[in-house]
Design a protein around this ligand. Structure first.
Ligand code: FE
Length: 278
């Protein structure tokens, strides 16, 4: 085992649109990186132009995995077929286990100003793809932020830092880490990610250095496993650190359904047509 995580693969996202025409950058789930087990998709959305986001994501189904929405700026209203409804805004997290199925909409609750954030898809193991739908939703103020003496801030949404700060999300399926890290210029972050996890860093502001390589805003780095995560900030930097245990199971994927076999995908489509997704 090497001492420090290094960059195994780096990529920038592809501009695309989803929902009813929301402009976004797809980092995982497209040509540069189809998936990084257990992560199926990572989108970064962000614009000051309402025309880029106003159409939102009208009613659509999901089955077989979890959708994680982390808002940086703006307000999004979600509503589902089971009667759940709420608004997530600046700094809030919504970790939705779609499980056996849910039909929901995610629509902007604003007509101007900035809207930005991330959507991550986390796969469910075969044994729990048909689990009952569930939400874990937390306001920014409820999410712990580790404030280090050197000025580094780690907002721990899921998982645990070496200093013991523990996130608010429960997930025994892949035991994910989901940290939002903010570093002043010329600083150092030392931490640890489990060596049996697949892990990546996505920089959304500034520039950092990992094992001698620069990583700038808009770039995602898949990390090699190692004993110590060491990141230097070359500019004031803001980035996500995400890791999870791979499931090592077959992935059959069609639009908003992610199962293990094509038969299960066809069943999901049939259940959707028959109105059997909750
Ligand atoms: Fe959705």
């Amino acid at each position: 085992m090497t001492t420090y995580n290094s960059i195994q693969k780096r990529l920038t996202g592809r501009p695309t649109s989803d929902g009813a025409g929301v402009k976004l950058t797809r980092l995982i789930g497209g040509a540069p990186l189809q998936d990084l087990d257990p992560f199926l998709l990572l989108d970064h959305f962000g614009s000051h132009e309402s025309s880029d986001y106003i159409a939102g994501f009208p009613e659509h189904p999901h089955r077989g995995f979890e959708t994680v929405t982390y808002m940086l700026k703006g307000k999004m209203r979600h509503k589902d077929s089971a009667g759940n409804e709420g608004v997530i805004s600046d700094g809030d997290i919504q970790w939705m286990t779609a499980g056996s199925g849910i039909i929901h909409s995610e629509m902007p609750e604003q007509s101007e100003g900035e809207m930005s954030g991330f959507q991550l898809w986390v796969n469910l193991p075969k044994s729990h793809k048909m689990t009952a739908p569930n939400y874990q939703e937390f306001k920014a103020a409820e999410i712990p932020v580790e404030q280090r003496d050197n000025g580094v801030q780690i907002k721990v949404i899921a998982g645990q830092t070496v200093q013991g700060t523990t996130g608010v999300i429960n997930n025994d399926y892949v035991n994910p880490n989901y940290w939002d890290v903010k570093m002043p210029t010329g600083n150092t972050l030392t931490d640890h990610l489990p060596v049996d996890h697949n892990a990546f860093i996505y920089v959304y502001n500034g520039m950092i250095e990992i094992d001698g390589e620069h990583l700038k805003a808009g770039e995602l780095a898949v990390l090699t496993p190692a004993e110590t995560l060491l990141v230097n900030s070359l500019e004031e930097a803001h980035f996500l650190v995400i890791s999870g245990q791979p499931l090592n199971e077959p992935v059959a994927r069609y639009g908003p359904f992610v199962m293990n076999t094509m038969d299960e995908i066809n069943q999901a489509l049939q259940d959707f047509r028959d109105n059997k997704l909750v």
